[in-house]
Design a protein. Structure first.
Length: 597
């Protein structure tokens, strides 16, 4: 909606702690919560079992390498059998953990995607989001790709963090025991460093973590920008594909190609910057990775050469160092993944926060009071002025009712016309409740069936029976009634295609789409019908036919927002007036009374 797009942008960003609280709260209220918790317990059990088996495998290093050093063939063969049991157990546990990882990620994505979709498509929210600035761009990216990445990375990082913590707790004791009493001899003096290998491993891993954090500090922002550019590219491609006919007829392929190239350039530019940042981070991660091949041997060599450690003990120390170092370097190894996770967490949480903020538009400016009243009161409009911009009020452009107070009763036919410059579409949006900014009071009948017919309707990719009865989906309406409705509005040639699934928005022209909207109304028989100048621009005979069809809705209140001579001639409606809201001009108190047409 153009007016929504003119709204002043507002920041919906949240600090990191608030992002976490919002998403944890969303998860806790999701239907998949219990499934994820059960999977989490199963994962913890498997991780503990895997850690125990890994601990036993590290212990196996001692007797195995000692047997090699002694050239003890029977013990060597015995240790191979032990290794076989441990290897099969670890393989089985790894397979189970992988399945649990993927299933947990699937359930996490289900919860995220369904929650975001429900928040997005709560009545009225998605349309109001159009005034929120850049946060409203490409919601499909946040619902699809961002939720996928966030779910997968959340699962992967959480499991990795838990696994690393358990490994650290298990193997740090091994390193401490190996080097608990080791001392360096310097100038005849012995300097004892309890747990020497533990401290050396911590310093080694801490250096890698700090260096990675410094080098990769830009990655979260770069990843967020990359996802935004990817969404822009996809939106450009989809928009071009959806409008191929007008583009081709206008010979606009070259212009659209430039737009596509521009969007591609945006993605490539971000990928180039991301590639440089990842390459810089690789200096740290790869460098520390290769150094880890010899680092444990170098660190343990003083103990080994002092004679306090056998060759098997050295291999145990190397294995324990690698496990502890891997646990401590979890942050280094996963820094790019963490950056990706933080970027998608921010995009999803900011989007969710913006949607929730749509429920409190009063924070952005004065709003029209919408209330529900008893059916016998009808629709009441009192002192209604609609502001074209939320934060400017009467100082900006807008439209106002010429009548200070008027009431539309059940069964009436009404046309709300306007002076030159009066924005009738803006008034329709205010009446529908999709544009709340303004002043005055609008009262709608409570519990009555009301249909709001926009100038451009929506036709889902579905069968014709579903499209023409949207959103009911064709349930409870006979085929005969649907065929009759098609004939009344002049679409009888489609009467035998009720089950045909088509892109009806592409197959039908503007007049046929308007006719299908009227057929929808005939089938649903609303008590109140508000029309946003649907007849504008249609051929006179088409207008006459559709108005004649609408006239058959006995007992229905029909409110036409706009000017249509065909509607006026056929319905003899009560006339209400709209006038432009001049900057700084208050609504007149001595407005004319409602008149009959």
């Amino acid at each position: 909606m153009t007016h929504a797009q003119e709204a002043a942008p507002q920041s919906y960003e949240l600090p990191f702690g608030s992002q976490l609280r919002m998403m944890i709260g969303a998860f806790w209220s999701a239907e998949v919560r219990n499934k994820v918790l059960v999977l989490t317990v199963a994962l913890l059990a498997v991780i503990f079992a895997t850690t125990y088996a890994t601990y036993k495998l590290n212990e196996w290093n001692g007797p195995f390498y000692d047997a090699l050093e002694r050239r003890d063939m029977p013990e060597f063969l015995n240790q191979l059998m032990v290794f076989g049991v441990l290897g099969v157990s670890l393989t089985l546990l790894n397979v189970i953990q992988q399945w649990l990882n993927q299933t947990t990620a699937l359930r996490m994505r289900e919860g995220l995607a369904r929650d975001l979709a429900e928040v997005w498509l709560k009545p009225g929210r998605a349309l109001k989001l159009g005034g929120a600035g850049a946060i409203a761009n490409n919601p499909d990216q946040r619902l699809h790709e961002d939720t996928r990445i966030l779910a997968e990375n959340t699962t992967s990082l959480a499991i990795g963090l838990v696994n690393s913590t358990i490994l650290l707790a298990s193997f740090i004791g091994v390193l401490w025991a190996i080097s608990s009493d080791f001392g360096f001899r310097i100038d005849g003096r012995v300097i004892t460093i309890p747990g020497y290998m533990v401290w050396a491993t911590i310093i080694y891993a801490l250096a890698g973590s700090l260096l990675s954090s410094f080098v990769g500090r830009q990655l979260p922002r770069l990843n967020a920008d990359r996802y935004a550019r990817e969404a822009d590219l996809r939106a450009t491609l989809v928009r071009t594909n959806e409008n191929l006919l007008p583009i081709t007829l206008a010979r606009g392929e070259a212009s659209e190609l430039n737009r596509v190239h521009y969007a591609i350039d945006g993605v490539l530019h971000m990928l180039q910057r991301l590639a440089v940042a990842l390459a810089n981070l690789t200096w740290v991660s790869a460098g520390f990775g290769w150094l880890s091949v010899v680092a444990p041997i170098i660190i343990a060599s003083p103990i080994y050469f002092s004679g306090e450690l056998s060759f098997g003990g050295l291999m145990m120390a190397v294995g324990a160092f690698n496990q502890v170092n891997q646990a401590l370097r979890w942050y280094v190894i996963n820094f790019s993944v963490i950056a990706d996770w933080r970027a998608t967490l921010a995009r999803v949480s900011f989007f969710r926060n913006a949607l929730l903020a749509m429920d409190t538009p009063a924070a952005e400016g004065e709003v029209i009071s919408h209330r529900m009243g008893p059916p016998e009161e009808g629709i009441s409009l009192r002192g209604v002025a609609v502001y074209g911009e939320p934060d400017k009020g009467e100082a900006g452009h807008g439209t106002r009712m010429g009548e200070d107070a008027c009431t539309i009763m059940a069964g009436e036919r009404v046309m709300i016309n306007g002076d030159p410059g009066a924005d009738r579409h803006l008034f329709f949006a205010a009446l529908a409740g999709t544009w709340p900014w303004g002043r005055g009071e609008i009262t709608l009948p409570h519990g009555e069936t009301m249909i709001l017919m926009p100038q451009e309707g929506y036709l889902p990719f579905a069968s014709l029976r579903e499209a023409m009865t949207y959103p009911a989906g064709g349930t409870g309406i006979s085929d005969e009634a649907q065929r009759t409705a098609l004939e009344v509005v002049g679409l009888e040639r489609y009467a035998d295609r009720l089950d045909a699934v088509e892109r009806w928005d592409r197959l039908l022209d503007k007049e046929e789409e308007a006719a299908l909207q009227v057929a929808n109304v005939l089938l649903r028989k609303p008590q109140w019908l508000v029309i946003d100048d649907v007849l504008e621009g249609l051929e006179p005979q088409v207008q006459a036919r559709l108005v004649e069809a609408l006239a058959t809705l006995e007992g229905s209140t029909i409110i036409y927002v706009g000017h249509s001579q065909a509607f006026s001639d056929a319905m003899s409606p009560k006339l209400l007036h709209l006038a432009p809201l001049q900057p700084g001009e208050p609504v007149k108190e001595d407005a004319p009374e409602e008149t009959e047409g």
